[in-house]
Write a protein that binds this ligand. Structure first.
Ligand code: ADP
Length: 295
């Protein structure tokens, strides 16, 4: 199974070109879609999820024309949108039962079994009678996965799922996602590089509506190996360094600014050569389109 996106473009009525000739091949497994805010990730996710139209281009899911045959896609789709609205007074069990009914599972006993097994899977069975409004961020996202899994989807889209989760909730969410990744296409859209590093076998980086890199995380890592240097400076020296070097990211460590610099040439002794990580790949790639320091 494969999702094939070809030459997809979308310009909003206000003139913003959100997708600019996007082509992507998304195989089975977890696929990470990385990009800064405004890159076009949600626009792409909503288009794949048949919630909005593109101006041109095509999307194929195993022979299904996604842009035309929307109903067939919806039958195979599980979607956890960025702003997943919940009815605060309805309890988890009832809500999931409604969703299962909407997805066409007619038999009450089938639904009961499915709802119980999904709630167990996402570790919310003991909370099934609680109103959704009382759920923590992590519980909400786990419930979001449960509803996305109704109907055994072959394509699951998860848009920025870990924003606002604390580290243990994030871990639990990761574990859950990695369990469903095997026989399904799971597209995880995020601006958190760590999410992709932890979970995804394939990835793409998009920025300003364009695909700047696609492949395996290790392909990305190979691009920066031997080219990344680190140096701690005073904050006031940043502009000076930016004039002479390609500074791709900065981090404050103990009051000093630690720079990551990308350089094809070997830098002198006061720059420490370091193994490039996926964050370096990300900043190096997006620096072709935007200023990675001020974004
Ligand atoms: P991301 O999910 O990567 O943050 P989006 O797809 O939400 O990116 O947005 C891409 C660009 O399109 C941004 O410049 C955003 O402001 C713009 N945009 C998104 N939705 C709309 C809309 N409904 N109308 C006009 N512009 C939009």
């Amino acid at each position: 199974m494969e999702l094939l996106i070809k030459n997809l473009s979308k310009t909003y009525s206000n003139g913003v070109k959100a997708l600019n000739d996007i082509s992507l091949t998304i195989p089975q497994g977890m696929f990470g879609l990385l990009g800064p805010n405004g890159a076009g990730k949600s626009t792409l996710m909503r288009t794949i999820a048949t919630l909005q139209d593109a101006d041109s281009g095509s999307i194929q899911l195993d022979g299904i024309d996604v842009l035309k045959d929307k109903q067939s896609v919806r039958e195979r789709l599980g979607y956890l949108p960025q702003d997943f609205g919940l009815y605060p007074r309805i309890n988890a069990e009832t809500m999931l039962d409604h969703i299962a009914q909407m997805k066409g599972i007619g038999s009450k006993s089938d639904r009961k079994e499915l709802v119980a097994s999904l709630l167990q899977k996402v570790n919310l069975f003991k909370d099934r009678k609680k109103g959704l409004g009382t759920f923590s961020g992590g519980m909400r996202q786990r419930f979001g996965i449960a509803q996305a899994l109704v109907g055994n989807p072959s394509l699951i889209i998860v848009d920025e799922p870990t924003a606002g989760l604390d580290p243990s909730e994030r871990n639990r969410f990761y574990n859950l996602l990695s369990e469903i990744g095997e026989n399904t296409i799971v597209i995880l859209s995020t601006h958190i590089v760590e999410d992709v590093n932890t979970l995804c076998s394939n990835m793409a980086i998009i920025c300003s509506g364009e695909v700047l890199m696609q492949g395996k995380p290790k392909d990305g890592l190979a691009m920066v190996q031997g080219k990344i240097y680190q140096k701690a400076i005073e904050k006031s020296e940043l502009d000076h360094y930016r004039k002479d070097y390609h500074v791709i990211s900065t981090k404050l460590i103990g009051g000093k600014l630690s720079l990551r610099i990308e350089s094809e040439e070997r830098l002198g002794n006061d720059f420490e050569p370091v193994a490039g990580d996926l964050e370096d790949v990300y900043f190096s790639v997006i620096s072709k389109k935007v200023d990675p320091i001020t974004i």
